[in-house]
Design a protein around this ligand. Structure first.
Ligand code: HDE
Length: 729
């Protein structure tokens, strides 16, 4: 038996590579390889034929026409012509990494899932992050929900937790998903805009669908502009079930909590990053892993006992609602570490096929009508995207456990099933494979009692669309609320149809009158009165206006600290990217600053006007990036060293500093730089700005300012330019 490293990189044990000779027996490949092929260096065709010339096609004479006979040319070009597969209909743009999951403490009291019981097991994972609306080549920094899908290769088969970075969703029922996606995707007549929701069809849909309001609060917040995939939360969104060995069921919501904290960028910054580096999140993930800064998330669960199912003012089956952490705490049960980049983007990141129905014993579905629809969609979409019912045989999708069944044939079947028998029950194959004899090993659905009439309706509790939207809004810090307001002003300001804008502003008033008024200020100040649209899925006798918007208050939840990024971790600069502007005169200062920052785990880069290497005593100081090739929007903080007056004359340097200031990043000026920063409108007393004579004078203040992430107090209101919090929305 030999151990092979598969394309997916997970180690499995299998027999030596063998070939099936039609009509014959297995024959070892090893016998057929000569030493040149064995060293893996020789270029071959797909049939293994050695290629002697990969530069010239076969021609009739050196100036003659190419010959149809050139099978090597034809094979190469034919394969190339078929390289593309359809991109994902949603979540097309994504990046992924390998890693593992480790459990802190057995969860056997809640679930019999093996990987959540045994703390000695390290479960391999493959995790893909994505945007939703954009095409495969679109920018990473679009305002959008992010997908957060984790494939666990457990000892009981594949378990997929296919979630998002926002804990709720736009709609309550799967039947509306195609409409939602059609509305947000580029408009069908002109295929614009790419990867953005700031257009008429999306907001038209929203304005007629009040259940979107909670999710809209999240997508208009900075949650939709993550600083990094490594710094965003993940959520399973739906309520699932845990089933333990005794067959007891509890409801569960899944959370991923990033160890680095939850951080975002500013909207102006996001737009600029899209131009400067549209692969910003992909690069960030890749480089962090290459540098050994492995991203980590803790897996958290909120557990609700069966008997408590109905004790909340919202329905646990409603995916537009979250369970406030104040009502049910998130218990951290394990950690995921991503420590290896894919070897091949297409084979792994593109071909990975997630599915919420890839379950292991001990985890089960709830009746959430959105989840129920997803259970159909994901296999179906793989059939059109990956083109075959055998997509599960692709290396990245294969479970580590053996697959044994009587499914046969189909496009691109890899498995060479042996023997006469392909049906069950059978006696000719000795009855194999058998149904699992032990209940623990196989999957058993939770025997939830079912009654009821066939209806196209939702429970009355589903019709409160505003309480949790308001809870989210009320939980935001003042700068977060200002960003949310300005995002709505931006998105609605892009609309061409005033009636759509008015309907949305009117709908916002149901969430919060002040929010609606602040948004309306950008459009003439009028908040139109709109009736809540009744759509056909709401029973005729339900009056949405009668829904009590303050229900959560009764349970003592008016704000929830977990909903604000202002409460996240702000004590570390690990993995933060710091730009140090330097010239030949400041080489040694730049180097010592870089060394000090890197001691704390930051990634510091020296930026000079030229790509060069300076001498500083016995040290060589390498310029990492030329100023004209970078911009401060791709860094977390900026330190300026060297000749202040020379920087002041350079437009690129001025923009670099001004953008960092505008985006409220930590700024350090080493040496006497007042003549540089004051004319740029930067106050030396502003929060997050440090200046002084030497590196050691600024270092402590700079470090603390970076750990704070952003200093939003510096931000001016876009409508009146004021930085006074009283004037902000
Ligand atoms: Fe998905 N979704 N979705 N979705 N979804 C897909 O499957 C769908 C929903 C999510 O990195 C598709 O393989 C329906 C909620 C992620 O490969 C497709 C409905 C949540 C990914 C599909 C939803 C998600 C997808 C497209 C409503 C958060 C990317 C390609 C009933 C809990 C996975 C594919 C990856 C991908 C359908 C709603 C998360 C078409 C019908 C809610 C992270 O099957």
């Amino acid at each position: 038996m030999a151990t092979e490293r598969r394309a997916s990189g997970r180690s499995i044990t299998k027999k030596p590579a063998t070939a099936i000779i039609p009509g014959g027996d297995e024959k070892s490949h090893d016998l057929q390889l000569d030493t040149t092929e064995a060293d893996g260096m020789t270029l071959t065709t797909n049939q293994g034929l050695g290629i002697n010339d990969n530069q010239n096609s076969l021609k009739a004479g050196v100036r003659g026409p190419s010959l149809l006979e050139d099978h090597i040319l034809r094979e190469k070009i034919t394969h190339f012509d078929h390289e593309r597969i359809p991109e994902r209909v949603v979540h097309a743009r994504g990046s992924a990494a390998h890693g593992y999951f480790e459990l802190y403490k057995s969860c056997a009291q809640w679930t019999k899932a093996g990987f959540l019981n045994d703390t000695t097991v390290r479960t391999p994972v493959f995790t893909r992050f994505s945007t939703v609306a954009g095409s495969r080549g679109s920018t990473d920094l679009a305002r959008d929900v992010r997908g957060f899908a984790v494939k666990f290769y457990t000892q009981e088969g594949i378990y997929d937790l296919v979630g998002n970075n926002i804990p709720v969703f736009f709609i309550q029922d799967a039947i509306k998903f195609p409409d939602l996606v059609h509305a947000v995707k580029p408009e069908p007549h002109n295929e614009m805009p790419q990867a953005g929701s700031a257009h008429d069809t999306f907001w038209d849909f929203v304005s007629l669908m009040p259940e979107t309001m909670h999710m809209i609060m999240w997508t208009m917040s900075d949650r939709a502009l993550p600083r990094s995939y490594r710094m965003m939360e993940g959520f399973g969104v739906h309520t699932f079930r845990f089933i333990n060995e005794q067959g007891e069921s509890r409801f569960v919501k899944f959370h991923w909590k990033p160890v680095l904290g939850v951080h975002s960028v500013a909207w102006d910054e996001a737009q600029k990053i899209s131009g400067k580096d549209s692969d910003f999140h992909r690069r960030d993930l890749w480089e962090a892993i290459e540098a050994g800064n492995y991203p980590e998330w803790e897996l958290g669960v909120q557990i609700v006992e069966e008997k408590d199912e109905h004790k909340f003012p919202f329905d646990l089956l409603d995916p537009t609602k979250l369970i406030p952490e104040e009502l049910v705490p998130v218990r951290r049960i394990g950690k995921m570490v991503l420590d290896r980049n894919p070897d091949n983007f297409f084979a792994e990141t593109e071909q990975v096929a997630f599915h919420p129905a890839h379950l292991v014993p001990g985890i089960d579905f709830s009746n959430d009508p959105l989840l129920q629809g997803r259970l159909f969609s994901y296999t179906d979409t793989q059939l059109s995207r990956l083109g075959s019912a055998n997509f599960n045989e692709l290396p990245i999708n294969r479970p580590l456990t053996p697959v044994r069944n009587h499914q046969r044939d189909g496009h691109m079947r890899h498995e060479i099933a042996k023997g006469q028998v392909s049906y069950d029950p059978n006696s000719l194959g000795g009855g194999c494979p058998f149904q699992s004899m032990s209940k623990e090993r196989g999957f058993t659905s939770y025997p939830e009692p079912m009654t009821g009439e066939k209806v196209r309706e939702r429970d009355q509790k589903f019709h409160d669309h505003f309480s949790q939207a308001r809870l989210f809004l009320n939980s935001q810090s003042a700068p977060e609320r200002a960003h949310l307001t300005n995002a709505l002003r931006f998105e609605l300001g892009k609309l061409e149809v005033a009636a759509v804008r008015n309907r949305v502003v009117g709908l916002l008033a149901y969430v919060d009158k002040r929010l609606a008024a602040d948004v309306a200020e950008a459009f003439g100040g009028v908040v139109p009165a709109v009736d809540l649209p009744l759509n056909h899925s709401i029973p005729a006798d339900a009056d949405p206006n009668s829904v009590q918007p303050t229900k959560l208050k009764k349970q003592g939840v008016e704000t929830s600290a977990a909903l604000s990024m202002a409460n996240t971790r702000k004590d570390s600069i690990a993995t933060r990217c710091i730009a140090i502007l330097a010239d030949a005169t400041s080489a040694s200062e730049a180097l010592s600053l870089k060394v000090e920052l890197e001691k704390l785990g930051a990634v510091a880069k020296i930026i000079g006007t030229h790509l060069t290497v300076w001498k500083s005593g016995k040290h060589e100081v390498k310029v990492d990036h030329a100023l004209m090739t970078v911009s401060s929007v791709t860094f977390d903080a900026v330190a300026v060293t060297g000749n202040a007056l020379a920087w002041k004359k350079m437009p690129d340097a001025r923009d670099f500093i001004c953008d960092a200031h505008r985006h409220c990043k930590a700024l350090a000026f080493v040496g006497d730089a007042r003549e540089l920063f004051e004319p740029l409108g930067i106050s030396g007393d502003a929060p997050g700005v440090v200046h002084g004579g030497a590196v050691k004078e600024v270092f402590t203040g700079f470090r603390k300012a970076i750990a704070e992430h952003r200093h939003w107090e510096r931000e001016a209101d876009p409508l009146n330019g004021s930085t006074d919090p009283q004037d902000q929305p």
